[in-house]
Write a protein that binds this ligand. Structure first.
Ligand SMILES: CC(C)(COP(=O)(O)OP(=O)(O)OC[C@H]1O[C@@H](n2cnc3c(N)ncnc32)[C@H](O)[C@@H]1OP(=O)(O)O)[C@@H](O)C(=O)NCCC(=O)NCCS
Length: 384
Protein backbone atom coordinates (compact mmCIF):
# COMPACT_ATOMS: atom_id res chain seq x y z
CA UNK A 1 0.00 0.00 0.00
CA UNK A 2 1.30 3.44 -0.90
CA UNK A 3 1.92 5.88 1.93
CA UNK A 4 -0.69 8.64 2.00
CA UNK A 5 0.58 12.19 1.91
CA UNK A 6 -1.04 14.95 3.91
CA UNK A 7 -1.32 18.48 2.62
CA UNK A 8 -1.77 19.80 6.16
CA UNK A 9 1.21 21.58 7.73
CA UNK A 10 2.58 19.43 10.55
CA UNK A 11 3.25 21.08 13.91
CA UNK A 12 5.40 19.38 16.58
CA UNK A 13 3.50 17.05 18.89
CA UNK A 14 2.81 18.31 22.43
CA UNK A 15 1.60 15.84 25.07
CA UNK A 16 -1.84 16.91 26.30
CA UNK A 17 -1.71 19.84 23.83
CA UNK A 18 0.35 21.70 26.48
CA UNK A 19 1.44 25.08 25.17
CA UNK A 20 -0.51 24.69 21.92
CA UNK A 21 -2.75 27.58 20.83
CA UNK A 22 -5.83 25.70 19.60
CA UNK A 23 -8.07 28.62 18.62
CA UNK A 24 -8.90 32.21 19.48
CA UNK A 25 -11.33 33.69 21.99
CA UNK A 26 -12.53 37.11 23.13
CA UNK A 27 -13.95 35.76 26.39
CA UNK A 28 -11.10 35.30 28.82
CA UNK A 29 -7.32 35.52 29.38
CA UNK A 30 -5.59 32.98 31.60
CA UNK A 31 -2.08 33.53 32.88
CA UNK A 32 -1.06 36.13 30.33
CA UNK A 33 2.65 36.62 31.10
CA UNK A 34 2.35 33.88 33.74
CA UNK A 35 -0.21 35.55 36.03
CA UNK A 36 -3.69 37.04 35.95
CA UNK A 37 -7.20 36.17 34.90
CA UNK A 38 -9.67 38.42 33.11
CA UNK A 39 -13.26 37.88 31.92
CA UNK A 40 -13.94 40.05 28.86
CA UNK A 41 -11.23 42.45 30.00
CA UNK A 42 -12.23 42.77 33.68
CA UNK A 43 -9.81 41.44 36.29
CA UNK A 44 -10.94 38.58 38.50
CA UNK A 45 -9.98 40.65 41.56
CA UNK A 46 -12.39 43.46 40.58
CA UNK A 47 -15.18 41.07 39.68
CA UNK A 48 -14.83 39.07 42.92
CA UNK A 49 -14.80 42.22 45.01
CA UNK A 50 -17.45 44.39 43.36
CA UNK A 51 -19.64 42.16 41.23
CA UNK A 52 -22.18 39.39 41.68
CA UNK A 53 -22.36 36.03 39.92
CA UNK A 54 -25.47 37.13 37.98
CA UNK A 55 -23.59 40.14 36.56
CA UNK A 56 -20.65 37.91 35.65
CA UNK A 57 -22.87 35.32 33.95
CA UNK A 58 -24.52 38.11 31.94
CA UNK A 59 -21.09 39.54 31.08
CA UNK A 60 -19.86 36.18 29.80
CA UNK A 61 -22.98 35.24 27.85
CA UNK A 62 -23.92 38.70 26.47
CA UNK A 63 -20.44 40.24 26.24
CA UNK A 64 -20.97 43.26 28.51
CA UNK A 65 -21.89 44.06 32.11
CA UNK A 66 -25.66 44.62 32.52
CA UNK A 67 -27.16 47.96 33.58
CA UNK A 68 -29.68 47.96 36.45
CA UNK A 69 -32.70 47.24 34.24
CA UNK A 70 -30.92 44.47 32.37
CA UNK A 71 -29.71 42.91 35.63
CA UNK A 72 -33.18 42.94 37.19
CA UNK A 73 -34.67 41.37 34.07
CA UNK A 74 -31.87 38.81 34.02
CA UNK A 75 -32.52 37.83 37.64
CA UNK A 76 -36.21 37.38 36.83
CA UNK A 77 -35.28 35.18 33.89
CA UNK A 78 -33.05 33.09 36.15
CA UNK A 79 -35.88 32.71 38.64
CA UNK A 80 -38.11 31.23 35.93
CA UNK A 81 -35.41 28.61 35.36
CA UNK A 82 -35.90 27.19 38.88
CA UNK A 83 -38.98 25.19 37.84
CA UNK A 84 -38.79 21.49 36.97
CA UNK A 85 -41.36 19.87 34.68
CA UNK A 86 -43.13 16.67 35.81
CA UNK A 87 -41.24 14.79 33.05
CA UNK A 88 -37.87 15.88 34.46
CA UNK A 89 -38.94 15.06 38.04
CA UNK A 90 -39.99 11.60 36.97
CA UNK A 91 -36.58 10.98 35.33
CA UNK A 92 -34.75 12.24 38.43
CA UNK A 93 -36.84 9.92 40.59
CA UNK A 94 -35.44 6.91 38.69
CA UNK A 95 -31.80 7.75 39.53
CA UNK A 96 -30.52 5.81 42.55
CA UNK A 97 -29.13 7.40 45.71
CA UNK A 98 -25.76 5.80 44.95
CA UNK A 99 -25.27 7.85 41.75
CA UNK A 100 -22.73 10.65 41.82
CA UNK A 101 -24.39 14.10 41.49
CA UNK A 102 -22.16 14.84 38.48
CA UNK A 103 -23.81 11.91 36.71
CA UNK A 104 -27.20 13.18 37.85
CA UNK A 105 -26.49 16.60 36.31
CA UNK A 106 -25.18 15.06 33.10
CA UNK A 107 -28.39 13.00 32.83
CA UNK A 108 -30.66 15.93 33.77
CA UNK A 109 -29.14 18.20 31.09
CA UNK A 110 -29.33 15.45 28.52
CA UNK A 111 -32.98 14.78 29.41
CA UNK A 112 -33.82 18.49 29.18
CA UNK A 113 -32.34 18.47 25.67
CA UNK A 114 -34.89 15.76 24.73
CA UNK A 115 -37.88 17.28 26.51
CA UNK A 116 -37.32 20.97 25.71
CA UNK A 117 -34.90 20.81 22.74
CA UNK A 118 -33.18 23.92 21.46
CA UNK A 119 -35.00 25.50 18.56
CA UNK A 120 -32.11 27.01 16.59
CA UNK A 121 -34.54 28.77 14.22
CA UNK A 122 -35.55 31.06 17.13
CA UNK A 123 -32.07 32.65 16.99
CA UNK A 124 -29.26 33.30 19.42
CA UNK A 125 -31.29 35.57 21.78
CA UNK A 126 -33.52 32.59 22.54
CA UNK A 127 -30.55 30.24 22.96
CA UNK A 128 -28.83 32.66 25.36
CA UNK A 129 -31.94 32.75 27.56
CA UNK A 130 -32.06 28.95 27.48
CA UNK A 131 -28.39 28.78 28.49
CA UNK A 132 -29.00 31.15 31.41
CA UNK A 133 -32.02 29.21 32.65
CA UNK A 134 -29.96 26.02 32.67
CA UNK A 135 -28.00 27.26 35.74
CA UNK A 136 -30.97 27.45 38.17
CA UNK A 137 -32.37 24.32 36.51
CA UNK A 138 -29.24 22.39 37.51
CA UNK A 139 -29.51 23.53 41.13
CA UNK A 140 -33.18 22.51 41.30
CA UNK A 141 -32.53 19.15 39.61
CA UNK A 142 -29.68 18.37 41.98
CA UNK A 143 -31.58 19.17 45.16
CA UNK A 144 -34.78 17.49 43.93
CA UNK A 145 -32.88 14.26 43.24
CA UNK A 146 -30.95 14.53 46.53
CA UNK A 147 -34.12 14.77 48.60
CA UNK A 148 -36.08 12.21 46.62
CA UNK A 149 -33.35 9.57 46.46
CA UNK A 150 -32.38 10.07 50.11
CA UNK A 151 -35.75 10.48 51.82
CA UNK A 152 -38.40 9.94 49.13
CA UNK A 153 -39.29 13.64 49.57
CA UNK A 154 -40.64 15.59 46.56
CA UNK A 155 -39.47 19.10 47.47
CA UNK A 156 -40.83 22.33 46.02
CA UNK A 157 -37.83 23.65 44.07
CA UNK A 158 -39.19 27.17 43.53
CA UNK A 159 -37.68 29.66 45.98
CA UNK A 160 -38.06 33.43 46.15
CA UNK A 161 -34.27 33.77 46.00
CA UNK A 162 -32.99 36.25 43.42
CA UNK A 163 -29.48 34.78 43.19
CA UNK A 164 -28.15 31.36 42.29
CA UNK A 165 -26.12 31.19 45.51
CA UNK A 166 -29.27 32.00 47.51
CA UNK A 167 -31.33 29.45 45.55
CA UNK A 168 -28.81 26.67 46.18
CA UNK A 169 -28.34 27.39 49.89
CA UNK A 170 -32.08 27.85 50.44
CA UNK A 171 -32.90 24.46 48.90
CA UNK A 172 -30.04 22.80 50.81
CA UNK A 173 -30.85 24.34 54.20
CA UNK A 174 -34.63 24.57 53.79
CA UNK A 175 -34.56 28.23 54.90
CA UNK A 176 -33.31 31.69 53.90
CA UNK A 177 -29.50 31.59 54.08
CA UNK A 178 -27.32 34.05 56.03
CA UNK A 179 -25.99 36.99 53.92
CA UNK A 180 -22.35 36.06 54.60
CA UNK A 181 -22.89 32.47 53.45
CA UNK A 182 -24.68 33.69 50.36
CA UNK A 183 -21.85 36.06 49.47
CA UNK A 184 -19.13 33.44 50.07
CA UNK A 185 -20.84 31.06 47.64
CA UNK A 186 -21.50 33.92 45.22
CA UNK A 187 -17.78 34.78 45.10
CA UNK A 188 -16.85 31.14 44.57
CA UNK A 189 -19.29 30.98 41.62
CA UNK A 190 -17.65 34.11 40.15
CA UNK A 191 -14.22 32.48 40.42
CA UNK A 192 -15.38 29.23 38.81
CA UNK A 193 -17.31 30.85 35.94
CA UNK A 194 -14.76 30.83 33.13
CA UNK A 195 -11.22 29.68 32.33
CA UNK A 196 -10.46 29.82 28.60
CA UNK A 197 -9.57 26.52 26.83
CA UNK A 198 -9.59 24.21 29.86
CA UNK A 199 -10.46 20.55 29.20
CA UNK A 200 -14.25 20.78 29.65
CA UNK A 201 -14.59 24.00 27.63
CA UNK A 202 -12.46 22.55 24.88
CA UNK A 203 -14.64 19.40 24.88
CA UNK A 204 -17.70 21.66 24.52
CA UNK A 205 -16.14 23.54 21.61
CA UNK A 206 -15.13 20.31 19.84
CA UNK A 207 -18.67 19.00 20.24
CA UNK A 208 -20.49 22.13 19.04
CA UNK A 209 -18.04 22.53 16.15
CA UNK A 210 -19.87 19.61 14.50
CA UNK A 211 -23.01 21.83 14.52
CA UNK A 212 -24.87 20.07 17.34
CA UNK A 213 -27.67 21.50 19.48
CA UNK A 214 -26.79 23.48 22.64
CA UNK A 215 -27.30 20.65 25.15
CA UNK A 216 -24.82 18.20 23.59
CA UNK A 217 -21.69 20.29 24.32
CA UNK A 218 -22.97 20.96 27.85
CA UNK A 219 -23.30 17.22 28.45
CA UNK A 220 -19.81 16.63 27.00
CA UNK A 221 -18.42 19.39 29.22
CA UNK A 222 -20.03 18.02 32.41
CA UNK A 223 -18.60 14.58 31.62
CA UNK A 224 -15.15 16.06 31.07
CA UNK A 225 -15.26 18.19 34.20
CA UNK A 226 -16.02 15.24 36.46
CA UNK A 227 -12.49 13.76 36.58
CA UNK A 228 -10.14 14.50 39.52
CA UNK A 229 -7.55 16.19 37.30
CA UNK A 230 -10.18 18.84 36.46
CA UNK A 231 -13.35 19.73 38.42
CA UNK A 232 -13.26 16.67 40.64
CA UNK A 233 -10.16 18.09 42.35
CA UNK A 234 -12.20 20.15 44.86
CA UNK A 235 -13.80 17.00 46.28
CA UNK A 236 -10.45 15.24 46.40
CA UNK A 237 -8.83 18.29 48.08
CA UNK A 238 -11.39 18.15 50.90
CA UNK A 239 -10.74 14.45 51.38
CA UNK A 240 -7.04 15.26 51.69
CA UNK A 241 -7.42 18.16 54.15
CA UNK A 242 -10.02 16.47 56.33
CA UNK A 243 -7.91 13.35 56.94
CA UNK A 244 -5.51 15.28 59.22
CA UNK A 245 -6.39 16.16 62.81
CA UNK A 246 -3.92 19.06 63.12
CA UNK A 247 -1.15 20.89 61.20
CA UNK A 248 1.65 18.68 62.63
CA UNK A 249 -0.11 15.51 61.44
CA UNK A 250 -0.67 17.18 58.07
CA UNK A 251 3.02 17.95 57.67
CA UNK A 252 4.08 14.35 58.44
CA UNK A 253 1.32 12.88 56.28
CA UNK A 254 2.04 15.15 53.36
CA UNK A 255 5.77 14.50 53.31
CA UNK A 256 4.99 10.78 53.34
CA UNK A 257 2.62 11.16 50.38
CA UNK A 258 5.19 13.17 48.44
CA UNK A 259 7.85 10.53 49.13
CA UNK A 260 5.44 7.99 47.70
CA UNK A 261 4.90 10.21 44.62
CA UNK A 262 1.21 10.73 45.39
CA UNK A 263 -0.47 13.51 43.36
CA UNK A 264 -1.73 16.16 45.77
CA UNK A 265 -5.15 17.35 44.66
CA UNK A 266 -5.77 21.09 44.51
CA UNK A 267 -2.15 21.93 43.61
CA UNK A 268 -0.47 22.81 40.34
CA UNK A 269 -1.83 24.13 37.09
CA UNK A 270 -1.21 23.60 33.40
CA UNK A 271 -1.08 27.32 32.55
CA UNK A 272 -0.29 29.32 35.70
CA UNK A 273 3.36 29.09 36.64
CA UNK A 274 3.66 31.12 39.88
CA UNK A 275 0.18 31.47 41.35
CA UNK A 276 -3.48 30.82 40.60
CA UNK A 277 -4.91 34.37 40.98
CA UNK A 278 -8.21 32.94 42.20
CA UNK A 279 -6.60 31.15 45.13
CA UNK A 280 -5.80 34.13 47.43
CA UNK A 281 -9.39 35.39 46.98
CA UNK A 282 -11.02 32.12 47.97
CA UNK A 283 -8.43 31.52 50.71
CA UNK A 284 -9.49 34.79 52.36
CA UNK A 285 -13.08 33.59 52.36
CA UNK A 286 -12.03 30.26 53.88
CA UNK A 287 -10.16 32.18 56.62
CA UNK A 288 -13.14 34.46 57.26
CA UNK A 289 -15.63 31.58 57.51
CA UNK A 290 -13.31 29.55 59.76
CA UNK A 291 -13.09 32.51 62.18
CA UNK A 292 -16.84 33.07 62.21
CA UNK A 293 -17.43 29.36 62.76
CA UNK A 294 -14.78 29.36 65.51
CA UNK A 295 -13.38 26.27 63.83
CA UNK A 296 -9.93 27.06 62.49
CA UNK A 297 -8.36 23.60 62.65
CA UNK A 298 -8.95 22.59 59.05
CA UNK A 299 -7.91 26.03 57.82
CA UNK A 300 -4.61 25.68 59.68
CA UNK A 301 -4.17 22.14 58.33
CA UNK A 302 -4.70 23.52 54.81
CA UNK A 303 -2.17 26.30 55.35
CA UNK A 304 0.43 23.77 56.52
CA UNK A 305 -0.21 21.62 53.43
CA UNK A 306 0.26 24.75 51.29
CA UNK A 307 3.56 25.52 53.06
CA UNK A 308 4.93 21.97 52.62
CA UNK A 309 3.91 21.90 48.94
CA UNK A 310 5.78 25.14 48.33
CA UNK A 311 8.90 23.95 50.23
CA UNK A 312 9.00 20.50 48.66
CA UNK A 313 7.58 20.95 45.16
CA UNK A 314 7.37 24.72 44.52
CA UNK A 315 3.70 24.14 43.76
CA UNK A 316 0.94 26.58 44.69
CA UNK A 317 -2.72 25.87 45.51
CA UNK A 318 -5.19 26.20 42.66
CA UNK A 319 -8.80 27.41 43.06
CA UNK A 320 -10.01 23.95 44.09
CA UNK A 321 -7.92 23.71 47.25
CA UNK A 322 -9.41 26.47 49.42
CA UNK A 323 -12.80 26.26 47.64
CA UNK A 324 -13.13 22.85 49.24
CA UNK A 325 -12.78 24.48 52.68
CA UNK A 326 -15.22 27.28 51.88
CA UNK A 327 -17.82 24.70 50.85
CA UNK A 328 -17.10 22.69 53.99
CA UNK A 329 -17.63 25.75 56.23
CA UNK A 330 -20.89 26.47 54.35
CA UNK A 331 -22.11 22.99 55.33
CA UNK A 332 -22.25 21.79 51.72
CA UNK A 333 -21.96 17.99 51.33
CA UNK A 334 -18.72 17.04 49.55
CA UNK A 335 -20.56 15.34 46.69
CA UNK A 336 -21.96 18.77 45.68
CA UNK A 337 -18.56 20.47 45.33
CA UNK A 338 -18.00 19.63 41.65
CA UNK A 339 -21.70 20.08 40.70
CA UNK A 340 -21.46 23.69 41.99
CA UNK A 341 -18.53 24.14 39.60
CA UNK A 342 -20.91 22.97 36.82
CA UNK A 343 -23.62 25.47 37.80
CA UNK A 344 -21.15 28.33 37.56
CA UNK A 345 -19.14 27.13 34.53
CA UNK A 346 -22.32 26.77 32.42
CA UNK A 347 -21.94 30.54 31.96
CA UNK A 348 -18.40 30.15 30.54
CA UNK A 349 -19.22 27.05 28.51
CA UNK A 350 -22.24 28.82 27.00
CA UNK A 351 -20.14 31.85 26.06
CA UNK A 352 -17.70 29.52 24.27
CA UNK A 353 -20.48 27.57 22.55
CA UNK A 354 -21.92 30.81 21.13
CA UNK A 355 -18.47 32.10 20.19
CA UNK A 356 -17.63 28.84 18.39
CA UNK A 357 -20.95 28.93 16.52
CA UNK A 358 -20.42 32.53 15.44
CA UNK A 359 -17.23 31.66 13.55
CA UNK A 360 -17.33 27.90 13.26
CA UNK A 361 -14.68 25.59 11.85
CA UNK A 362 -14.84 21.86 12.59
CA UNK A 363 -12.19 21.04 15.23
CA UNK A 364 -10.28 18.07 13.89
CA UNK A 365 -6.55 17.88 14.70
CA UNK A 366 -4.01 15.25 13.57
CA UNK A 367 -2.42 12.36 15.45
CA UNK A 368 1.11 11.02 15.31
CA UNK A 369 0.76 7.35 14.37
CA UNK A 370 2.62 4.90 16.65
CA UNK A 371 0.97 1.60 15.55
CA UNK A 372 2.36 -1.27 13.45
CA UNK A 373 3.76 -0.70 9.96
CA UNK A 374 1.55 -1.52 7.00
CA UNK A 375 0.95 -5.33 6.79
CA UNK A 376 -1.08 -7.94 4.90
CA UNK A 377 -4.53 -8.93 6.10
CA UNK A 378 -4.62 -12.47 7.63
CA UNK A 379 -7.74 -14.55 6.93
CA UNK A 380 -9.62 -15.73 10.03
CA UNK A 381 -8.74 -19.45 9.56
CA UNK A 382 -5.02 -18.62 9.19
CA UNK A 383 -4.68 -16.70 12.47
CA UNK A 384 -2.88 -18.43 15.35
C1 LIG B 1 -3.35 20.41 37.11
C2 LIG B 1 -2.36 19.38 36.59
C3 LIG B 1 -3.17 18.26 35.91
C4 LIG B 1 -1.42 20.04 35.61
O1 LIG B 1 -0.67 19.03 35.09
P1 LIG B 1 0.48 19.20 34.01
O2 LIG B 1 0.55 20.54 33.45
O3 LIG B 1 0.28 18.06 33.06
O4 LIG B 1 1.78 19.03 34.89
P2 LIG B 1 2.53 17.68 35.13
O5 LIG B 1 1.56 16.61 35.51
O6 LIG B 1 3.38 17.42 33.93
O7 LIG B 1 3.42 18.06 36.38
C5 LIG B 1 4.77 18.52 36.32
C6 LIG B 1 5.50 17.99 37.55
O8 LIG B 1 4.88 18.51 38.75
C7 LIG B 1 4.39 17.43 39.54
N1 LIG B 1 3.06 17.81 40.00
C8 LIG B 1 2.16 18.58 39.34
N2 LIG B 1 1.06 18.71 40.08
C9 LIG B 1 1.28 18.02 41.22
C10 LIG B 1 0.51 17.78 42.35
N3 LIG B 1 -0.72 18.30 42.45
N4 LIG B 1 1.01 17.03 43.35
C11 LIG B 1 2.27 16.51 43.25
N5 LIG B 1 3.05 16.70 42.18
C12 LIG B 1 2.55 17.44 41.18
C13 LIG B 1 4.26 16.26 38.58
O9 LIG B 1 4.33 15.02 39.26
C14 LIG B 1 5.44 16.48 37.67
O10 LIG B 1 6.61 16.06 38.34
P3 LIG B 1 7.78 15.31 37.54
O11 LIG B 1 8.24 16.32 36.52
O12 LIG B 1 8.76 14.99 38.60
O13 LIG B 1 7.12 14.11 36.92
C15 LIG B 1 -1.55 18.79 37.77
O14 LIG B 1 -0.86 19.82 38.43
C16 LIG B 1 -2.41 18.00 38.71
O15 LIG B 1 -2.70 16.82 38.45
N6 LIG B 1 -2.86 18.61 39.84
C17 LIG B 1 -3.72 17.94 40.77
C18 LIG B 1 -5.16 17.94 40.28
C19 LIG B 1 -5.79 19.29 40.36
O16 LIG B 1 -5.67 19.99 41.36
N7 LIG B 1 -6.54 19.65 39.31
C20 LIG B 1 -7.24 20.92 39.23
C21 LIG B 1 -6.56 21.82 38.27
S1 LIG B 1 -7.25 23.46 38.33
Amino acid sequence: MKAQTSETTQVPLSAGLAGVTAGSTAICTVGKEGVGLTYRGYSIEDLAQHSTFEEVAYLLIYGQLPNTTQLNEYKELLQTGQALSPAICSILEQIPKTAHPMDVLRTACSALGCIEPENISLGSAYSKKMASRLMPFCISALLYWYNFSGQQKKINVNTQEKTLAGHFLHLLQGKTPEPEQRRALDVSLILYAEHEFNASTFAARVCVSTETDFYSPIVAAIATLSGPLHGGANEAAYQLISQFKDPAAAEIGLREKLNNKVLIMGFGHRVYKHEDPRSPIIKEWARKLSLHKKDETLFKVAERIEQVMMEEKHLFPNLDFYSALVYHYLGIPTIFFTPLFVVSRISGWSAHIFEQRANNKLIRPLAEYTGPASRNYVALDKRT
